[in-house]
Design a protein around this ligand. Structure first.
Ligand code: NI
Ligand code: MN
Length: 233
């Protein structure tokens, strides 16, 4: 399994040749507005996108959904309300809610609790915000928390199997910061964290070196990828 980071909460997960894009935020993203060459380099990487996973309806998570779903014929997987929103725009959707695992050709997905909000830019209700618990067929478990604060609900996640890595926001203000993400990794019984949702805007700028040190002091590892970089799980 490969995870390629595209800044903010946007990343591609490749599972044996199947591509899942999470929370696409490219054209409205200030980091890409400043550097269109970087944007083009990232987009060029896309050969296919089989699924688009959306954690909640905020603009910085859904804004390029239509663009990529139309281009690649991707299936949009999200909560029921977000799926309905995109179904009306003629996209292929799969609406789910908090509950059970659902099987897909790449493995299983469960929509899990996030403590946040969820509304589209035009005011349309975006259902309950969430994250995804992903279990691949070769038994790799990954937790994608989406935008969330620290919550006791995270303690349930390891009941479904040991996690390989957790993808957590660390920028603070709108989500967990570094301090909370370290406690989250205790709740999740997962020492490896891929940090997302930082540095995109002024309000969520972090000191990356300090953040890594704080994790290290607690005997944990924080991975921070450069835009366009890939890690193998
Ligand atoms: Ni949000
Ligand atoms: Mn966000």
């Amino acid at each position: 399994m490969k995870i390629t980071f595209f800044s903010h909460s946007t990343y591609m997960i490749e599972i044996h040749g199947i591509f899942l894009l999470v929370d696409p935020f490219f054209y409205g993203n200030p980091l890409f507005k400043k550097d269109s060459k970087l944007l083009n380099r990232c987009i060029k990487y896309f050969k296919r996108i089989d699924y688009i996973l959306l954690t909640h309806a905020h603009y910085d998570h859904v804004c390029d959904t239509e663009l990529f779903a139309n281009k690649f014929g991707s299936l949009v997987i999200s909560n029921y309300e977000i799926s309905n929103f995109f179904e009306k725009k003629k996209l292929k959707t799969y609406g789910i809610n908090y509950g059970s695992f659902i099987s897909f050709p790449f493995g299983r997905l469960k929509y899990v609790w996030a403590t946040h909000s969820s509304v589209f830019d035009d005011g349309t209700y975006g259902g309950n915000p969430g994250g995804f618990l992903l279990q691949t067929k070769d038994k790799k478990n990954i937790y994608l928390s989406g935008d969330t604060s620290l919550t006791y609900e995270m303690k349930l996640i390891p009941s479904f199997g040991t996690l390989k890595i957790s993808i957590l926001p660390i920028g603070g203000v709108y989500t967990m910061g570094v301090e909370e993400a370290i406690i989250a990794s205790d709740f999740l019984q997962c020492k490896k964290v891929l940090g997302v949702h930082y540095d995109t805007f002024e309000a969520i700028k972090i000191d990356k070196k300090k953040a890594k040190e704080k994790f290290y002091e607690k005997n944990k590892e924080l991975f921070l990828l450069k835009i366009g970089d890939t890690m193998c799980i």
